[in-house]
Ligand binder design. Structure first.
Ligand code: NAP
Length: 280
């Protein structure tokens, strides 16, 4: 018989709700507890059978937890980890799902944790939509999950949290918080910044005729700024460097367009097309 484990999800939004739903669906004998500041979200998550129980205050939920997942905006995570440590039982594994990792891990490690073991995670799954109403149990299916131990993380915590994510049908990649932040800056934060820039660059008159190409390119610009501003700010050095690279590429393209010669422009576009075609 599999021993019953208790999973506490703090923050019932898109990722927290989906995580609760995925655990309830995929992990047998799991007790899933949701913590939300909103009793309506708790009722909704209970009705959808994402969670077994819910609390508006994490102090009631944390003491029984084997695993705790913090699913709130990145700038709120370090403080929550410290507070949770006061109420958790010894050995509780605490992770987060934040889109940046270095600042969170450094900030947590600056304080001595008395009860918990913290290890950062980041599931590379989601959407521009937010809130528990958009949560779904299959959100993480076949997604990459970055697990980001530091030199102080125990091998057991890495093993346990990796095993957990694999149970949700994900592909786990282990790397340092610093490497994580460099990579996601290029494949997630820079594209988000670019989509936002495009929205600023286009006139309202032209927008009324926007169709699939424009909509595909700018979908992520709809993301919640209350989530995205802290993501940009906690990864600002990497993002600033990548924006600089983008500026250089933009200057090159601008030169080619002004020159008006087809051959170098075709070469530039062909290179981009070939690179993109290798992806799904
Ligand atoms: P979301 O749907 O807006 O949910 C965030 C939840 O955090 C809210 O439902 C709220 O939970 C809680 N929260 C908001 N502000 C808070 C505050 N000031 N203090 C404490 N709790 C607060 O956003 P999400 O997309 O699930 O994002 C959650 C985390 O996942 C973020 O760290 C984000 O970087 C990361 N992430 C997002 C994606 C994505 O594509 N969306 C992908 C991977 C990782 P309650 O109202 O229930 O308390």
């Amino acid at each position: 018989m599999i021993k019953k484990k208790t999973y506490v999800i703090v923050g019932l939004g898109l990722i927290g709700g989906s995580l609760a739903a995925a655990i309830s669906k995929r992990i047998p004998n799991a007790s899933v507890i949701g913590v939300s500041r909103s009793s309506q979200k708790i009722s909704f998550a209970k009705k959808k059978r994402f969670i077994d129980e819910g609390f508006t205050d994490f102090k009631s939920a944390v003491p029984s937890a084997d695993y705790i997942f913090i699913c709130t905006p990145v700038d709120t995570i370090p403080k929550l980890v410290s507070e949770i440590d006061r109420y958790a039982k010894p050995g509780t594994i605490v992770t987060d799902v934040g889109s940046t990792k270095s600042e969170i891990v450094k900030s947590v490690e600056r304080k001595e944790m008395k009860h918990i073991q913290f290890i950062g995670s980041h599931p590379l799954a989601g959407s521009h939509l937010t809130g528990v109403r958009h949560a779904r149990p299959d959100l993480f299916d076949r997604a990459f999950v970055f697990v980001t131990p530091s030199k102080n993380t125990s091998a057991k915590a890495v093993r346990d949290i990796s095993l957990f994510w694999r149970k949700l049908n994900t592909s786990v990649k282990i790397m340092s918080p610093e490497v994580h932040d460099q990579l996601v800056s290029e494949i997630s934060h820079l594209p988000h910044a670019t989509a936002a820039l495009l929205m600023h660059a286009v006139s309202s008159k032209a927008l009324s005729y926007a169709t699939s190409g424009f909509l595909d390119t700018t979908r992520v610009a709809q993301g919640d700024p209350r989530l995205w501003a802290p993501i940009f700010l906690t990864n600002r050095m990497n993002l600033a460097k990548n924006l600089n690279t983008l500026e250089q590429a933009l200057a090159q393209l601008s030169r080619l367009v002004r020159q008006g010669k087809a051959k170098p422009l075709v070469r530039f576009l062909k290179e981009a097309s070939a690179k993109r075609s290798k992806l799904a």
